[in-house]
Design a protein around this ligand. Structure first.
Ligand SMILES: [Zn+2]
Length: 131
């Protein structure tokens, strides 16, 4: 999994930064700084070795905070983005999906195959992509 340098949420750029200070300040491994449009992740140091998987998981955790914050719900107390257990479970599921997904042929490959087959079929019954 590649951790992005930035991504967009509602047209705003959220940047991803690293700091060796995160863990020491609050005993956490990342921050979701909503008002600064920033995710800050604990960077690996000699005294705090962090594996690539841990870093990915930490990113997914902070991303999930941003997603739930962006969802903007206000009928739950506490709000969903402040529910650490929920955020962490969803982040774990997202991380597992992103790191274990296997890709076969693309949808485009499928369409090309269908198009090839359709050369021998009645083209009026198969119509894709506005052709
Ligand atoms: Zn959290």
């Amino acid at each position: 999994m590649k951790i992005p340098k930035s991504f967009k949420q509602f047209g705003q750029t959220i940047t991803v930064e690293y700091s060796p200070e995160v863990l020491y300040n609050e005993d956490v491994t990342g921050w979701a700084k909503y008002r600064q449009n920033k995710i800050v992740l604990q960077s690996p140091t000699n005294s705090t070795p962090i594996t690539e998987e841990m870093l990915e998981q930490n990113f997914c955790h902070e991303l999930m905070h941003f997603i739930l914050y962006g969802a903007g719900e206000d009928c739950f107390n506490p709000p969903l983005h402040k529910r650490e257990y929920l955020v962490d479970r969803m982040a774990g599921l997202l991380h597992q999906f992103l790191t274990t997904t296997e890709h076969g042929n693309s949808y485009l490959d499928y369409l090309r195959k269908v198009e090839k087959v359709s050369e021998y079929a009645d083209k009026s019954t198969l119509h894709f992509g506005g052709k």
